[in-house]
Design a protein around this ligand. Structure first.
Ligand SMILES: *Cc1c(COP(=O)(O)O)cnc(C)c1O
Length: 358
């Protein structure tokens, strides 16, 4: 158990009056959680303090060698005004796995969940009320040693910030066009693909920009060696329903193990679908598209929950999926998962962690 010291702001900000204009990650709340790490001493001084900029030495390791990680999850307000989290221990565990790869000292999962819940409770009035809205929570950890030498830092800061965020599908679920990237790669075996490190994102921006210029919402990444097998999309895992079965890339080092992915696989298997986690060639998917066997394609992630795909473009080939509309299984997954998250569907899986009364 962390002994969290709470210092409340004396100048709380006005809450946004119009929740329809919240957007995503634009307005920070009044407080943040901080905890420091010093080699020999471990993690210390857990505290919640007024939200404020950091003051960092220009020679701080994070600016030069990118030793950092982040997480992303949400707090939800139910109709009977309870504030709750969805599987936060999965985020805590994933941060530990990422930390080991990045030589960052781990934080016990229970401490991670306690820190998130404590901050959310302090900020409970910031959890928005409107349909589909939530409080987006961004935990992150970064190296704070000062100096140019390349080494694993001896000092770190763990921080959690929050943003009231509007409904992802404010204008209804809108299937997207995806560009299959065949020049750049996101990950390769032995690298950091399975971690939520900022560097993975920095390296993927160019492909995303080029795809956006051509009118695509996201890129679909292929494996880093043969550029043959599908892995994931921008910040989402991706699933393909072909001839009744659901396929997705296995989480074997190059793919980010999404909490949404894992939850969806559990639901699909409960419903009797066969889910295959493994190698799936883009060629096979395109062929399935041309023979009418590619039934549904959707991305999965905390922000959107599911993001149906209406078109895949690979080199000179393209396929349209579900007639450009959201497919029935994608819709059922969306309704079930969002139902559990916002407390409208009974949580028979033990996925919900209550925080406080709203
Ligand atoms: C965060 C993320 C996901 C989705 O993970 P969730 O836990 O479901 O939000 C998928 N791919 C990448 C690259 C990510 O960073």
């Amino acid at each position: 158990m962390l002994d969290i010291k709470i210092t409340k702001t004396t100048a709380p900000k006005a809450k946004p009056a119009d929740e329809s204009k919240l957007g995503f990650g634009k307005i920070s709340t009044d407080h943040m959680f901080l905890m420091d790490y010093t080699l020999g001493k471990g993690w210390h001084d857990p505290r919640i303090v007024p939200y404020a900029p950091f003051e960092l030495d220009p020679a701080c390791v994070i600016f030069h060698y990118a030793q950092e990680l982040f997480e992303g999850l949400k707090a939800y307000r139910t109709a009977d005004n309870k504030i709750q989290l969805f599987r936060p221990e999965c985020n805590g565990k994933r941060m530990q796995d990422s930390s080991e790869r990045m030589c960052i000292p781990t934080i016990p999962v229970d401490d991670f969940v306690q820190a998130v819940a404590a901050l959310v409770e302090v900020e409970k009035d910031w959890v928005p009320h409107s349909e589909g809205s939530s409080l987006y929570i961004r935990p992150f950890v970064f190296a704070t040693d000062v100096g140019m030498g390349v080494h694993a830092s001896h000092h770190y800061t763990f921080c959690i910030i929050c943003f009231p965020s509007g409904a992802y599908y404010a204008e209804g679920i809108d299937p997207v066009r995806i560009y299959v990237e065949d020049e750049y790669i996101r990950a390769a075996p032995g690298l950091t693909g399975f971690t939520k490190c900022g560097g993975n994102y920095a390296g993927s921006l160019l492909a995303g920009e080029k795809a956006a210029q051509k009118g695509f919402a996201q890129v679909l990444w292929l494996d880093g060696i043969e550029k043959k097998y599908v892995e994931e999309v921008g910040a989402m895992n991706i699933m393909f329903k072909i001839d009744g079965k659901v396929y997705t890339a296995a989480c074997e080092g190059t793919v980010l193990p999404g909490v949404t992915r894992r939850s969806i696989i559990e639901l699909l298997r409960d419903w009797g679908y066969e889910v295959i986690e493994g190698k799936l060639a883009i060629q096979t998917i395109m062929e399935a598209g041309h023979t009418g066997k590619l039934e549904e394609v959707f991305g999965t992630g905390t922000a959107a929950v599911v993001s149906p795909v209406k078109e895949l473009v690979w080199k000179d080939d393209s396929v349209t999926i579900s007639g450009g509309k959201i497919g029935p299984v994608t819709q059922k997954l969306y309704d079930t998962l969002t139902g559990i998250q916002w407390g409208k569907v009974e949580d028979t899986k033990g996925w919900i962690v209550p925080v406080c009364e709203g």
